[in-house]
Write a protein that binds this ligand. Structure first.
Ligand code: BG6
Length: 535
């Protein structure tokens, strides 16, 4: 494969800041793949292979890895689902999806033809023993045909109620425990949602642990595979100027926003039983918060990094069940407009109840009860059908203690804000006060900004590529450990209980599709003399 055949991932769009002092990074020292091809061959079994995730994310990611020569030397995929298909129809279906996938920037038919013999399919029920017998037989064949070396990586991409039964069936059919018999390794990747509350997450952990050791379980959160999310650690801990000011002495508050312009699309059936808190907070938002708030790990490794993140989750001040309304706001979108286009309300979406009380927006104020962050609020929000897609972390610093520029009153000087733009315009910027040109000593705001697209050019991998590769290489650093998952549910438990047992706020739906969410979310910050930053 030549370099020109290697698909590249372009990043971000152009900056629109008022006055920009550009801090360009130097060209990367090591161009080309930053990761090594896994040495150990394996078979990759996707349960739920006829579903959305397989064609939208998993197979495109595998194809991209193949194109970069990053799949193990012996590799094969078995799709396992109850939709009737054979190898040929599965391959055909995947070809169409991969060809049109936004994750695949360049589809090269020749490379596809070289990749496709690795794809196989079994039509079977997740709970039927015959399916597991066929799977075992097929895996044996693949070990011979594709040299997969007896190693198995399972991926649970089914509806969550099947996670436990599949794991148990894998145990019953002799898949777990193979390592002790010297028959190759076994790992299992578990998609979100991991439970729907603390108890169900604990039960699922217990079930998985009856079959797999914790080191074999990879609980995926695709946010952790995003380049910009991984860069939070690099930015914080590879720059001597950052860490000394990263605490309660200098930081006024932190805002974490994950706004989506899309509605629930064709996922209404799932979403209506889930809601924004379960869908986005338990995993992505609390993980972002943990990365922002964690103490430095001793080394970049799965134990150290995950210990420090768990410390943050453990330190989040428990929400008083009687005080939920003071720290948590929920919203649901009604009909609205964006750029002249009429948008449906949530209750009009396909597969959503006409009386649904499910939240499509949530905003929380969380406090971290430790030395570093005491009294510094973390405001988190996420919502569907917002004006645009925007995932970012804004760290607002305290105002200067004394200002002697008499032409600019103290309250007219904006505090410094460091913004980590996770997507779509990936980068980091810092707002600074500067002198307005002219004879008088007046202040204005300028922005120092770094943009991935102009500084570093391209992303080597999408989130799923990174994470699948890590799982093949037995690196769980970017996956969630059982304690973190349970701690996250514990944080949200009082809110879930309150929202499920109490009446919806009136009115509900309470924000228009295409707007920035309910007025109550603005009031949450206004009560503290603060306001959301909308990008
Ligand atoms: C998923 C949620 O985990 O993340 C979706 O289930 C959401 O509802 C998606 O749209 C957002 O991911 P991203 O990468 O587009 O920000």
């Amino acid at each position: 494969m030549t370099a020109s055949e290697t698909p590249t991932m372009a990043a971000g769009t152009t900056e629109t800041a008022p006055t920009v002092v550009t801090a360009q990074a130097e060209a990367p020292v090591l161009p080309g793949p930053l990761v090594l091809r896994p040495e150990e061959s394996c078979a990759f079994v996707i349960f739920g292979a006829s579903g959305d995730l397989t064609g939208r994310k998993l197979v495109p990611a595998l194809y991209n890895l193949f194109c970069q020569d990053l799949l193990p030397p012996g590799f094969a995929v078995i799709g396992y689902a109850f939709t009737e298909m054979d190898d040929a129809s599965f391959r055909e279906r995947m070809r169409d999806l991969v060809k049109n996938s936004p994750e695949v920037l360049v589809f090269r038919p020749k490379l596809w033809d070289a990749f496709v013999p690795a794809l196989h399919y079994i039509t079977a029920d997740f709970e039927n023993p015959d399916g597991y017998a066929s799977l075992t037989a097929r895996l044996g064949e693949l070990d011979r045909e594709h040299d997969t070396g007896g190693n198995r990586l399972f991926y649970l991409a089914t509806a969550p109620q099947f996670y436990g039964p599949i794991a148990l069936n894998l145990g019953r059919h002799g898949v777990a425990g193979r390592e002790s018999r010297g028959e190759g390794w076994t790992r299992i990747i578990v998609e979100k949602p991991f439970g729907r509350d603390l108890n169900s997450a604990r039960r699922l952990n217990d079930t998985l642990h009856t079959v797999f050791a914790e080191e074999q379980i990879y609980r995926i959160d695709h946010y952790l595979g995003k380049e910009t999310v991984q860069n939070i650690l690099a930015f914080r801990f590879a720059n001597a100027v950052i860490e000394p000011i990263w605490d309660r002495r200098y930081v006024d508050h932190v805002q974490i926003t994950a706004a989506e312009s899309l509605g629930v699309e064709h996922r209404g059936g799932y979403y209506d039983t889930s809601g924004c808190l379960r869908d986005m907070f338990q995993n992505h938002l609390l993980q972002l918060m943990a990365l922002v708030a964690m103490d430095p790990p001793v080394r970049y490794g799965s134990q150290s990094v995950r210990d420090r993140k768990a410390d943050v989750l453990r330190a989040i001040l428990p929400i008083d069940p009687a005080g939920v309304d003071a720290v948590a706001v929920r919203g649901q979108y009604g009909p609205g407009r964006r750029d002249g286009e009429a948008l449906y309300g949530y209750r009009q979406e396909e597969a959503v109840s006409r009386e649904s009380r499910t939240e499509t927006y949530a905003a929380l104020k969380l406090m971290v009860d430790n030395w570093r962050w005491a009294d510094v609020p973390f405001y988190l929000r996420s919502g569907k059908r917002m004006p645009r897609k925007l995932t970012e972390i804004a760290i607002e610093f305290k105002r200067v203690p004394h200002l002697f520029f008499h032409l600019t009153p103290q309250d007219r000087i904006e505090p410094n804000v460091l913004t980590i733009r996770i997507q779509p315009d990936e980068g980091i910027s810092l707002n600074l006060g500067a002198k307005t040109p002219g004879p008088e000593m007046r202040m204005c705001q300028v922005q120092m900004s770094f943009s991935y697209s102009s500084a570093l050019g391209e992303f080597p991998a999408t989130a799923y590529e990174t994470l699948l590769l890590d799982a093949m290489q037995a690196d769980p650093t970017l996956f969630n450990r059982s304690d973190a998952v349970e701690l996250s549910w514990q944080v949200l438990e009082p809110i879930l209980e309150r929202w499920e047992s109490g009446p919806s706020p009136a009115p509900f739906p309470n924000y228009e599709a295409g707007s920035w969410g309910p007025a109550a979310a603005d009031a949450l910050l206004a009560a503290d003399g603060r306001a959301w930053k909308n990008g």
